[in-house]
Design a protein around this ligand. Sequence first.
Ligand code: GUN
Ligand code: ZN
Length: 500
Amino acid sequence: MRDIFEIRRQDAGGRIGELRVPRAGVTVETPTLMPVVNPNLITIEPSTFTEFGAEMLITNSYIIKSDDDLREEALEKGLHEMLGFDGAIMTDSGSFQLAEYGEIDTDTEDIIEFQRDIGSDIGTPVDIPTPPDASRESAEIQLGETEEALALAEGMDVGEMLVNAPVQGSTHVDLREAAAEHAYGTDLDVFPVGAVVPLLNDYRYADMADVVAAAKRGLGSDAPVHLFGAGHPMMFALAAALGCDLFDSAAYAIYARDDRYMTVRGTEHLADIDHFPCSCAVCSEHSPDEVRALADPAREELLAEHNLHVSFAELRRVKHAIKRGRLMELVESRARSHPEMLDGYRAFLDHADQYERSDPASKDTFFYVSGESARRPEVERHHARLPRLDTADEVLLSESGAGSDDFDEIYRVKPPFGPYPTALATTYPVTGEVPDRLDDEAYAAAARGIAALADANPDTDFTLAHYDWPDTALAAVPERVELYDIDADRDDNGGDGDGE
Ligand code: GUN
Ligand code: ZN
């Protein structure tokens, strides 16, 4: 791997990075979104992509090579002039066509050479996109073929062109991890997670999350990661949090062809819209009736423009959130837009310990906005650190913060974090803002924190003074911790105190 990627900021697995693309002479800020250009079916002129915010586009070298006119034009003028785009251009190899139609009329050496010759900035070998749920045996065999393709690409003279090293392995997460490790071990440059399109088409965001998390475990943190074929803005925040740096959208144009209007909460049909819920140029200047009244290609173009605007707006929102340390809050709000997105977020949270490692130690205030917040990497890390604390003989874990001379030491307790020494009261994440009306998940997480502290300090006598925690959470507090309900005490005293 060449030294082309630098990470500037992190939040969970999300990062702001700089990808140097030497052949294009540009440095692209990631996460980035590459509009897909089908050279046979241009909906929006690539020369206008920079107006939407694109720094890079992706097109298919196999489609170009298979058409006599396009091939000659690309070889003669070069891709950049042919498309009228002077940013970075990535090219795909025909692997997707291979997956769709079963065969293609090229191979890695042939197509990489062609990509180099037409001036591609980032080329792709012929990897084998093994579909989800393939048998382990066929996934392994095809992974072997992908690895051979990477080896062939590695041995070629490609000049300054960067080369993708796709990570395959179907839904077998151990194969994905091994494939990623292998790809990272080559001297190739960018690491697309492949064959996720069928997962995304079926809204299998949880499987997507597991597959990406597995690939990330096999890749070094300095590897730029592309989620191949992921173009719906609804999932950018989640995919970024999982550690994806590049996205490509064919959806902006394909959806427009069917009158489908993208939003960050899903897709709507133009026929069903009375008011455009968007402030892009298209939506501010046209009413849905006006757009419906247009004939193609004008209608399709306007919809494609809106779709691209809404996609880049979400990408900027993701970048802003990473810089502000607010990516998890954005992912949580997107997770509310679709049940399968919630599954995807919950699958991400299953990997909270993995993502805790790249999460900054301190960020802007933690906002608790749903039961899922209780499983965020920051909570996980707080719990992982509790066993390092050495407690005194008699310790009060106090939700009210009130002390008592009966104890040697007071720890504050705050759901979902659990206990923390008072000296840490002004530090991240326990400064987090939580609602007054908490859900059971917050208390359950706090109980896990108490268990972590208590288990590491078996000689300490702990007492937990809590405000009427739910039974489910209290049941998760180790039995040797004495329980004291502050609310019950307050009720006994006529409700005029706070337990002090
Ligand atoms: N486009 C979408 N998925 C894939 C993939 O797995 N490999 C390649 N080369 N292109 C893709
Ligand atoms: Zn719009």
